[in-house]
Design a protein around this ligand. Sequence first.
Ligand code: ADP
Ligand code: MG
Length: 473
Amino acid sequence: MKNSSSQINKVTTNMLNSQKNLQSQKSSSSFVETKEIVFSYFSDFENNNTLALNKVSINTLPGQHVAILGRNGSGKSTLAKLINGLLLPDQGEVFVLGKNTADESEIWSIRQICGMVFQNPDNQIVGTTVEEDVAFGPENLGVPSKEIRERVDLNLEKVGLSDYATKAPSQLSGGQKQKLAIAGILAMKPQCIILDEATSMLDPQASKDLMTLISELKSEYNLTIIDITHDVENAIYADYLYILQEGEILMQGTPRQVFSKPGKILSSGLELPKHLLMVYSLMNYYSGDTLRELEQKFKNGIFTVEDTIKAIQFLKTQPQIDSFEEIENKQSSNKTENAIISVKDLYFSYQKSTEHEVKALQDINFEINQGELIAIIGHSGSGKSTLVTHLNGLIVPQAGKVLINDLSTDNKKNIPEIRKRVGLLFQYPEHQLFENTVYEDIAFGPKQFNMPQKVMEKNINEAIKIVNIDKEL
Ligand SMILES: Nc1ncnc2c1ncn2[C@@H]1O[C@H](COP(=O)(O)OP(=O)(O)O)[C@@H](O)[C@H]1O
Ligand SMILES: [Mg+2]
């Protein structure tokens, strides 16, 4: 706790400094500046336009850490691609260190100034070995080979991958692959790194590691960081924050300014950082008078973990309007006592009985009842995916049993019925969508079960309503 609060104090001090900078510096010294940019995607197939960004103006300063926060589809990736010239605006202009992205002669220089790290670690690796991958960027820039060698060694060391130099990138974990991508960018001597959801596929520890590395590199090289994310926990460490909603800027300011309006953030469909969610949820139990007093005490809003602790300590001295027990009782549950999934003495190894055997699951026992919501948590490699792919019979137990109602997954005849009862949703959305339209994609599964046309149409329309997507897509 001591560490995290001193870290947050440091962040707060940085923010105050950066606020001063914002006031004293004019846009001529901006690092990235977008002026009222508008961008639409045009689809030949559908013959229509999707407005992705509408009059978006952002302004970042050299050495600043800017976060751009927004839900899926809010336009974050489009903005990232416009900043490094992968896309050009329909209206408005984008400047990187005063260079216009619409000026073709500047485009390579802009891409060298702003390196990008993407979401999927597997999509950005080009080399067959780790060191080849880092060398790729400087090679393309025509850097002499002796210097390439130096840059590769130096930057692999910076990201902590020196020991992996001659290994194949496929042997790296997700977090290490992202570090490799960063080494590749650093080898091109950029002044800015744009992270497009770079931590969203990593587990919490790897994600934290990567953000720590980024902040170390930022201070060492005075890098500008543009962190595009839907993760509010990362966003609180930024110097300045923009919230995008449906292609427009909904809010901007220092994280303290922005997070002091929790209602607006929640209504945009984003979450609050956990400590703020805790204190704002707690406020529901207190009267208006108490809340006004709290507001007086925290004129600059509640933002840090320390603020949160002080606010909770104050609330504890105040009378509650409703007891916690009453509220908990109101949250009725609709679960039953019928086990729908039973896992008994389950064992599974990859490459079983070879010297490469990996024991993925050992002695797993549990039951899940109809109507229950169960979380399975664990770090990368702990066996989560292996376990859930047992639940619809994609993997059959090597020892033990998996029963769906009373159907065992080790009997092939049961599989079609089991697949109807247990639907699986995987990590990468792209891997499970293959039809040309949203409607056809939803229809793919029901068609496999030879569902009558009428029933199928009714089910598809219900499904579309439940997940609230546009039927016309
Ligand atoms: N290649 C594309 N073709 C058509 N529409 C797209 C394409 N990429 C994104 N869009 C649309 O543009 C909007 C913004 O998308 P995007 O920038 O990817 O958002 P985010 O990165 O915040 O999830 C969304 O409505 C999305 O459907
Ligand atoms: Mg995106």
